[in-house]
Structures are given as structure tokens and as C-alpha cells.
Design a protein around this ligand. Sequence first.
Ligand SMILES: [Zn+2]
Ligand SMILES: [Zn+2]
Length: 245
Amino acid sequence: MPSLRDLLRRIQAHPALLGDCLLCHQPAQHHPLLCDECNAELPRIVHPCPRCGFPLPETGNNCGACLQHPPGWDRMRVVADYQAPYLQLIHQLKYAGRIECAALLGRLFCEQESESAPSVVLDELPEVLLPVPLHWWRQWRRGYNQAEELARIIGDALQIPVDSHCLRRSRATPPQARLHKQQRKQNLQGAFAIAPRPYRHVALIDDVVTTGATAEQLTRLLRQAGVEVVEVWAICRTLRHPSRD
Ligand SMILES: [Zn+2]
Ligand SMILES: [Zn+2]
């Protein structure tokens, strides 16, 4: 069984595709769109809480907040907190039409996994990746769903299929970050639909987990549909704990 580290080699880019560093605009030497210096300086969460991704002093148990109020999903894997320079990289992916940023961010996610869990083998990974859906109008305007692009990169590297049709956003909703706790729940009421699938272990894929309310809502739908293990994979999380939303 190949390790994540072996599989990571699959997303090393051809030198002609490296381009300039998105952060300092010097030529990228080894990784697409990121020079070695900026790559080395990227902050990462070294010892995440396995349940919510919150940074802990050492690897091990769930954080205190998760012990008291565990989120609905089983596991969260993230690269870093949602701060510079990830803010800029994700902004490029979502709002500047730089779809190729998905390759860069997907690589960082897979590297993080191979470093924090080098012994993880394929049979412990989810059987399918489910991108968090965008409303069709927003996707049409952007031209793509950034979560789906990330899922494709990560799925290619880890050899996990991507199902972009299992989850659907049935209506547009205002951004969660602008709403209070109660409004957030109401905002997402009936916002998603699920197509029946025989999955047991899945990973939701998103660029950023902010309040966690979207992931909670989707986890609930997946469990109702019979999914036993739900992981949430994202590039970044905000510092706030999901139970405090
Ligand atoms: Zn750079
Ligand atoms: Zn936690």
C-alpha cells in the first residue's frame, strides 16, 4: 500500500508550469506558483486537535472545547489558520479567477497530511471526496467551484474519487460570517440537498471552514443518508471553535 508521501509525487508540476510566486513575484523554483522561500515560511498547524483542527501544544487528544461540545463530524484536517499569506492565496483562488491556485493549495494539504500522519495508508482514507457545493448562480459567475477544484487535486494525489453531484445547494444563502449564531442556523435551513449514495466514510472538502455551520449542516444530511464517518478537509480554519458559534 503506498504512503501519502509516495502519492505526493504525483502532483509535482512540470518545470514549464511553475510560473512566478504568487506572494513575492519571484520565479518559483520547485513548486507551482510559490518560491522556495515563501514556501518555507508558510505557517502550519503542527499539532492540530483531530476533531476541530485547533492548534494544540502537542499531538494527542481532542481539545477541551471538543471534549465539552464535540462537533458533529468525526475528524477535521486543515493546513493552517485563516491568516496571511493563506488569505491572499485563497482570495486569488476565489475572487481573482486564479484556478491554478487549487494545485498549490491542494499540494500544501497533501504535504501536511504526509508530515503529520506519515503512516496513514490508503485503506484508512475516505472512500470519496465531496466538495461543499456552491449555489449554481455563484458557480456560474465564478466559472468554477473552488472546493471542487481542490477536491480534484487532492483526490488525484491520494487516489480518492470525487463526487461533485452528491451534495447540492438548493438555494443561495448570505455569507455565514455576517450572521449571528441563530441566524446562521436559519440561514442554512433547507439550503442543501443530498442525492442518495451508498457511502460509509466520506470527506467534505472546502477551502475555509469559518463558523463550521455549513459543515455541521452537511454532516447532519450525510448521517441521515447513512454515512458513518464524516471528515472535514479544508485548507484553513478560523481560530474560533465551532461549538462557540
Ligand atoms: Zn515567493
Ligand atoms: Zn478540538
